[in-house]
Write a protein of this length. Structure first.
Length: 252
C-alpha cells in the first residue's frame, strides 16, 4: 500500500500546468461536484483544501461562507490559487505531513490528490489528525481500473510504464480501516476526438509524472497512429475512463 514518490517531480509537473489547468480540468470538477453532494450544505467553520490546485473548490468553499486554508505541494499551483484569491490562507505542504495543528479544522477536503501520496493510509491519517471531533474528511481518489484504455493501448506497443498504477477499491477501504466511513465507486468516461487530445488532457492538468519512470523518445506520427489503432474508440471518440472513489470519514 506504499510506493516511492518523487514529490519534487510531481510538484514540478503540476506547476508547469498551473496556468492552463482549469481549461482541462473537467474531470476534476466533476469529481469535486460529486464529493460536495456527500455533505449537506453548511456555513461557517474552517475548511482545509488539501491539494487545492488552482483553488477552484477553495473558491466554492469560500462562497459557502467558510474560512479556507489552501494547501498544495506545488508552488506553481499555490501561486495560481493566490492570484485568483481562492482562500484566506495558503500553505505549501505535503498531505502526508500536514503543517497544521491537530484538531484545527472543521472539514478536511481533498479532491483527486491522495493518489499522489506514497502511503494513502498516511495521507488519510493526517487529514483525520487535523480535523476536529465531529468534523468530516471528504476525499476522492482513483482506483485501479482508471486509464485502462490508455494502459492497454500502450501495452500493445511496448513493455514500458506509461501510466501510474492505482490502488484497488479494497486497498483504499483498508487505508481507512478503523474509522467511521462511507465509500462510493463510480466509473467516469471522457471522450476525445483523437489520441493527441486525450494525451493533452492529462498533460494539461499536470498528471504526467510516472512514478516508475517511462520510456524515452519522441512520439512519432507512425507510433501515434499505432497507438490510436489499439486505443478503444467508437463514434463518440477515443475513450479515457476513471474509477473514481469518493469517501466521507466521520471524525471522532
Amino acid at each position: 500500500m506504499t510506493h516511492r514518490v518523487n514529490k519534487q517531480a510531481v510538484a514540478q509537473a503540476f506547476g508547469r500546468a498551473a496556468g492552463g489547468y482549469e481549461r482541462y480540468a473537467d474531470f476534476q470538477r466533476a469529481s469535486g461536484e460529486r464529493l460536495l453532494k456527500l455533505l449537506p450544505a453548511t456555513t461557517g467553520g474552517t475548511v482545509l483544501d488539501a491539494g487545492c490546485g488552482t483553488g477552484w473548490f477553495s473558491r466554492r468553499w469560500q462562497q459557502r461562507g467558510h474560512q479556507v486554508i489552501a494547501l498544495d505541494l506545488s508552488p506553481g499551483m499555490l501561486a495560481q490559487a493566490r492570484r485568483d484569491n481562492s482562500a484566506h490562507h495558503y500553505l505549501l505542504g505535503d498531505i502526508e505531513a500536514l503543517p497544521l495543528r491537530s484538531r484545527s479544522v472543521d472539514i478536511s477536503w481533498s479532491n483527486l490528490a491522495l493518489q499522489w501520496c506514497g502511503s494513502l493510509k498516511q495521507g488519510i491519517d493526517e487529514l483525520c489528525r487535523v480535523t476536529r471531533p465531529g468534523g468530516r474528511v471528504l476525499f476522492s481518489t482513483l482506483a485501479d481500473a482508471s486509464l485502462s484504455e490508455m494502459r492497454s493501448a500502450w501495452q500493445a506497443l511496448d513493455a514500458y510504464q506509461h501510466t501510474n498504477s492505482f490502488l484497488s477499491e479494497a486497498a483504499i477501504d483498508q487505508a481507512c480501516a478503523g474509522r467511521s466511513r462511507q465509500l462510493y465507486s463510480a466509473r467516469i468516461e471522457q471522450y476525445f476526438p483523437d489520441v493527441p487530445g486525450a494525451l493533452q488532457s492529462l498533460k494539461g492538468i499536470g498528471a504526467t509524472h510516472i512514478h516508475q519512470g517511462r520510456a524515452s523518445g519522441l512520439l512519432t506520427r507512425q507510433r501515434l497512429q499505432r497507438l490510436a489503432h489499439h486505443w478503444p474508440h467508437d463514434e463518440r471518440g477515443y475513450l479515457l475512463s476513471w474509477q473514481l472513489i469518493t469517501g466521507v470519514i466521520n471524525c471522532e
